[in-house]
Design a protein around this ligand. Sequence first.
Ligand SMILES: *[C@@H]1O[C@H](CO)[C@@H](O)[C@H](O)[C@H]1NC(C)=O
Ligand SMILES: *[C@@H]1O[C@H](CO)[C@@H](O)[C@H](O)[C@H]1NC(C)=O
Length: 362
Amino acid sequence: MASTPTLILFSLLHHLLVLLLLLPYQQNTLIFAPPGGGKWNLLLSDIGVSAMHMQLLNTDRVVIFDRTDFGASNISLPNNQCRNNPNDLTLKIDCTAHSVEYDVATNSIRPLNVFTDVWCSSGAAMPDGSLMQTGGFNDGDRNVRVYKPCNDNSCDWQEFDSVLLQNRWYATNHILPDGRQIIIGGRGQFSYEFYPKRAGADQSYNLPFLSQTNDPRIENNLYPFVFLNIDGNLFIFANNRAILFDYVTGVVVKTYPTIPGGDPRSYPSSGSAVLLPLRNLRGGANITAEVMVCGGALKGSFTSANNRNFVGALNSCGRIRITDPNPQWAMETMPLARVMGDMVLLPNGNVLIINGALLKLY
Ligand SMILES: *[C@@H]1O[C@H](CO)[C@@H](O)[C@H](O)[C@H]1NC(C)=O
Ligand SMILES: *[C@@H]1O[C@H](CO)[C@@H](O)[C@H](O)[C@H]1NC(C)=O
């Protein structure tokens, strides 16, 4: 568990600008829970890349990576290596790293070589503990990259070119019981596919729910929230509503009610979501699965922000028992409004809601 504060620290660094902007406002006007007695320690003052994406590995190390098309980072590749990529949008020859591995035990960083653009890609850990990261932007939009953890600093990203069937930028991945991953959606992609591919049999499958929840001016159904339900179906939430989806037959098994208020909760109106710890209420097989979605932005706020009219984020959370025969949303209120936050399940079953922005500029 030693890594949890570290992860949060990196996330905080990532959102430092937002925090700096918001702290005075929060301290003056909003109510905080009593302090728990912990304190923050700054472990490293500069890791060279910003943590757009990060994943805790089974080696107690954290792999961190950022987009590659934003110019040089602040950490060099090892051994005077350079990345020579004619397709990069900014630096064709780039001698800096856009990914690092943080080792919790030694509090040290080492640079890694990720080749194509992982900007707003998606991923999940595989059964062997490898991180599999798919899609992204530009030269990376159909690529698969695998990071297989090691304890001797010998591992690096392995990259497989053009193996996805569609460009997947802002998609969501989820591991399946058979060990594969399902990759759902992405900008302009109302479909899903699987990886690793099965020889000859795999294709990209349409998912009309994604076009039904898409407002083409805003594309506010990106990075959908996906959880595997206990019945083997996938709970898929996009924009302001969800379905239960049988990915084997391609059938929508259940349509959940729209979240009260109807405001969007997925990117760019990003709320966050968790599958709450599963509880066996009655013994035997009757397990209840419940999903909680927190924060987001008011409908229309994306377009109004383009006109420099900045409205506040949402302060509501909805929770729904996805296993109920007649599921209904129950709403709760957070002490802070929050967009682009994170939710993390803690070992004691509590949910930590952290980071994000209020989006209120004066
Ligand atoms: C990182 O930033 C520091 C401070 O600006 C600078 O001295 C150093 O050369 C930079 N390193 C790289 C690899 O860009
Ligand atoms: C399971 O729990 C639900 C309520 O959550 C209840 O309606 C149902 O009867 C239970 N089924 C069994 C077999 O106990």
